[in-house]
Structure formats: C-alpha cells, structure tokens
Design a protein around this ligand. Structure first.
Ligand code: FAD
Length: 403
C-alpha cells in the first residue's frame, strides 16, 4: 500500500458498482496499492521477486481485480466481460508487472471451465486465483510448433490413468509452475488432429524433469520439459480422451483474441513513457520535432487506437454470444507487428541520448531494452505472423491455397 490503506478504499468487489463507478473504484485501488517500486516507469523501479509477484497477484485477486468473470462457485466474482475490459484498461494504463500466472488465469482457467468436471473445477480454479498453483502450457515440441498436430508426446492408458512420455519445449515458466496444461497424443501420429488429450499434470510428479533455456534477454523463463513414464491419474485428465485437439484449438483462440486484453492500454502507457522521457533530454526532445520521428510516433498512436478498437469489438461480440474464431488472428497479427515496430522505434530514439544521460532516460532505456527483446518473441508465440497470415488468407478471405 502506498498513499492509502486498503480499508480506506471503496470495495471494488461490491456488486452494486457499475460502469464508470466501477472504473473509478478499480483505478483508485490500483493507484493506491501498486508499489512505486513495481512500476517500470517510476524512478524507484526494482524488478519484483517471484514471491513479491505472487503476493501482489493474490492481493489483486482479493481486491476483486482478478477472476472478475469466473463464476462465484469457483472463487470468481461473477461479473460480466465489460467489467473485465474496464479492469484491463485500468491495469494497462499503469506500468504494472506482467502476471506470473497468466497461463493459469487466461488459458487454463477458461478451458477448465469449458471442459472439466465439477470436481476438477472446484479443485483447480480457486488455486489459480489464489496463486497457490502457477500453470504452464505444454503444447510445443521440438518437431511440433506451428504444426502442432504433429506432436509426439504420448499418453498410454493404464489402470486408473495414463502414462506419459515425451518432450515439450519453449514451455514458459515451467520451472516455477505447479501444474502443466499438457497436450499429448493418445492415437497414432498419422491421425494428426484425432486422438489427442489434454491433462492437468502436477509438475512434481516423478518422471518429470525441467531444464531452463537462457533467452536473448538473459532470462531463464523458457524451459524444456521431459516426461519419462509419468503417471497421471484420470482425475487430472481434462475433457474426453479424444477431444484434446478441439480443446487445444479453443485455448489458442483465447490466446489470440482476449488473452492480456490490457495490451493496447499498456502500449499507450509505453508511448507516454517514451515521449516524456525524450522530453527530459534536449537532444532527444529535438528528435521529437523531427518530421521523420513525428510521423512514426503518430503511426504508433494510430496503431494503439486500432488495437483498442479490436479489443472493444471482440468484447462486444463475446458479450453478444458470438465466437471470435479466425478474427483472433487479425488481432494477434496486428498487435504483435505494431508493438514490434514501436519497440524498435523506442530503442532507436533512446539510443541517441548522450552517454551521460539523466536518470529518466537511463530508466527508459532499461525498460525499452526489455520491451524490444520481448517484442521479438511476440510475432512467434501464440502462432507466428506467417501462420496468422495463412489463417486470414484461408478462413477470412477464403483465398485458394497458396503453393
Ligand atoms: C516467448 C515465447 C513463449 C512461448 N511459450 C510457450 C509455452 O508456454 N508453451 C508452448 O507450448 N509453446 C510456447 N512457445 C512456442 C511457440 O508456440 C512456438 O515457438 C510457435 O508456435 C512456433 O513454432 P516453432 O518455434 O516450432 O517454429 P516453426 O513452426 O518451426 O516455424 C519456423 C518458421 O517457419 C514458419 N512457418 C511454419 N509453418 C508455416 C506455414 N504453414 N506457413 C508459413 N510459414 C510457416 C514460421 O512462421 C517460422 O518463421 C513460446 C514461444 C515464444 C517465442
């Protein structure tokens, strides 16, 4: 807590709060509660530890700002998607740390609600919201990324469960996760989409080993996960044994459309940070007057507004009971490409600061180094740019198959 104590703030969980009142209350809570040292645009910023992030996210949940649309029976707040959008907008406008359990909250949670048994929902969902269980996503394999249907990790039937052997790769956060949303093959590889099942595997099960991979940004979030005759009880199999592919496609649809809805507003926060930082240094302030940079920044501002429109339109469609389907590819393509262009522009501007730049510039440089590195991955994960273009050509434009 910074300026105010929690008990002095209006209760965001109150069901009587609607629309702009809800927004104001959520904003007040966030402004008062997010430590300055967690804000990547504040001079006191220090990257929080895993334990600090878990406590922060548990506090967000208790305040009613996580699990808004999940049913009350499973620990959620039973609100509608419009309220979720309001909170996403408020979270986006602050330079808040990324969730360490976004796979649990935004991918596993929704798919569990769609396909799991009542007993499973009660067992998994509150643990995600309360940050007792962090989830990772075990889909990609060394020979199965874009072409996920060729995955080889095998689940074989045994008494009361399954025995799983194989390897996953690029599994973000596996080393700190308690559960893995695992897609494995139950039928022959030749059957491709058929014969796959989804599991909620406990990461401390004997036979699982995790090896971290150091990435370009010097982090070790990515992992290889090896499964050596891992026994998973039926109680942790999600949905029907041969319906894994359909469930996985739903996961990917969520990942492309409504996952991290706050992105457009965070992008705007980053733009504000960049421009304000440049204004603090005479050499960079002069670049803001340069027609070349003015045009590129203006184009980014247009991108931000288009992205906001994409998210708001998607939310309205979902509230009206429609599916997002392949339109999710339009959104994924646009945000990832636009954000990558912006990240490169940010780095280009900030790298022209003098060697003895002020603390504001040095901090912006540190933030934009991270944004730039991460943006490299944004056109790869959740389906590469080329894959999204293929989906748009096939399913939206219905063009003939290219050679
Ligand atoms: C930051 C990050 C986090 C990730 N986290 C996870 C995670 O938590 N869990 C998980 O399971 N996976 C994760 N992934 C993996 C990600 O899903 C894959 O990297 C992605 O699906 C691409 O697969 P691939 O790396 O095998 O590349 P490939 O599929 O081998 O693609 C290589 C190149 O070929 C192109 N290509 C492939 N197929 C086509 C096609 N049909 N048409 C045109 N071009 C094509 C691609 O666009 C790409 O340029 C993560 C990846 C990144 C970068």
């Amino acid at each position: 807590m910074t300026a105010l104590k929690a008990e002095q703030l209006a209760d965001v969980t109150s069901p009587v709060l609607k629309g702009e009142d809800y927004r104001r209350t959520a904003r007040a809570w966030l402004e008062a509660s997010l430590p300055l040292s967690y804000r990547a645009d504040h001079p006191d910023y220090r990257a929080p530890s895993l334990d600090q992030l878990k406590s922060w996210e548990a506090a967000l949940y208790r305040a009613g700002l996580v699990g808004m649309v999940w049913p009350k029976a499973y620990g959620g707040y039973g609100r509608n998607l419009n309220d979720h959008l309001i909170v996403a907008q408020e979270i986006g406008r602050l330079a808040m740390p990324e969730s360490v359990n976004s796979i649990g909250k935004e991918l596993a949670g929704p798919i569990i609600q769609a396909v799991a048994t009542e007993e499973q929902k009660l067992r998994y969902l509150p643990a995600i919201l309360e940050m007792r269980e962090i989830w990772c996503q075990g889909f990609s394999e060394p020979e199965a990324g874009s072409d996920l249907a060729s995955l080889r990790t095998r689940a074989t039937r045994i008494a009361d469960g399954w025995r799983i052997s194989g390897q996953k790769i690029w599994t973000s956060g596996a080393a700190k996760s308690q559960r893995c949303l695992l897609l494995a093959r139950t039928g022959p590889v030749e059957e491709r989409h058929r014969g796959m099942a989804l599991f909620a595997v406990k990461m401390d099960t004997p036979g699982i080993s995790v090896r971290t991979i150091r990435s370009i940004d010097d982090k070790e979030s990515f992992c290889e996960v090896f499964f050596d005759e891992v026994e998973v009880p039926d109680a942790d199999a999600l949905g029907a044994p041969d319906e894994g592919w359909n469930a996985a496609i739903r996961v990917l649809g969520i990942e492309r459309a409504t996952n991290r809805m706050y992105r457009a507003w965070r992008f705007e926060n980053e733009m504000r940070h960049l421009v304000n930082a440049c204004r603090s240094d005479p050499a960079l302030a002069a670049l803001l007057d340069d027609g070349h940079y003015r045009k590129r920044l203006a184009a980014c501002a247009v991108d931000v507004e288009v992205l906001k429109g994409h998210v708001e339109t998607a939310v309205q469609a979902l509230v009206a009971g429609e599916q997002i389907g392949s339109r999710g590819s339009l959104m994924k393509l646009h945000w990832s490409e636009a954000h990558q262009r912006f990240a490169a522009l940010g780095l280009e501007l900030l790298s022209q600061a003098p060697a003895n730049a002020n603390a504001t510039i040095r901090q912006a440089q540190q933030r934009f180094n991270g944004i730039y590195m991460h943006a490299r991955a944004e056109t790869i994960y959740a389906g590469t740019t080329e894959v999204q273009l293929g989906i748009i050509a096939d399913r939206i434009l219905k063009l003939p198959k290219g050679k």
